[in-house]
Design a protein around this ligand. Structure first.
Ligand code: F42
Length: 148
């Protein structure tokens, strides 16, 4: 089973860590939608930038030709999510789970035309991203995870 070595420290956000637990324990057959929206999610496993621990988050599933957008929206909050820093610090120690088992990916931040292309794919899956963008003057980072 593809895993990251080290101590797992769950998210401080209960609803998120519960969703991750349900997704992983069911092989992606439960806990795979965002609340009651019917929109699929993925689980991303990474290395903490400060703790060096294993960290996990859930994100909306935005997939295109085997690659995934990781949209650091955090509900339109004024600051970036902690996980954004993790992925920038350790871009090759990342797993994506989209179904029964996680697989290794390499992550990079996108800009320019590539950002626009992935942003429109993301907003097509989850229109709420546009609401988040309108809510903050923070530029919401978009990273792309590509199978390693
Ligand atoms: N968040 C998004 O930003 N975009 C989405 O599309 C999205 C979808 C989604 C769907 C389902 C679901 O359950 C949650 C979803 N979320 C989405 C929420 C997402 O999973 C995260 O919970 C959210 O983005 C906040 O991420 P965060 O990394 O800021 O998490 C906080 C709550 C957290 O757990 N903080 C920890 C803490 O102890 O305060 C630290 C986490 C951490 O990674 N620390 C690093 C370390 O070294 O361990 C250091 C990080 C640093 O700043 O260097």
């Amino acid at each position: 089973m593809t895993e990251l070595a080290g101590e797992y420290i769950p998210s401080t956000s209960k609803w998120v860590r519960d969703q991750i637990e349900e997704y992983e324990s069911s092989g992606g057959t439960r806990g795979n939608l965002l609340l009651d929206t019917g929109i699929p999610v993925i689980i991303v496993t990474m290395r903490g930038a400060k703790s060096g621990a294993v960290r996990k988050i859930a994100l909306m599933r935005v997939e295109h030709e085997g690659s995934y957008a990781l949209v650091a929206s955090k509900g339109g909050a004024p600051d970036n999510p902690d996980w954004y820093h993790n992925l920038l610090a350790n871009p090759t120690e990342v797993l994506v789970q989209d179904g029964p088992a996680p697989f290794r990916v390499t992550v990079r931040e996108v800009d320019g035309a590539e950002y626009d292309e992935w942003w429109s794919r993301s907003a097509a899956v989850f229109p709420q991203y546009e609401t988040y963008r309108a809510k903050t003057d923070r530029r919401i980072p978009v990273l792309v995870a590509e199978p390693a």
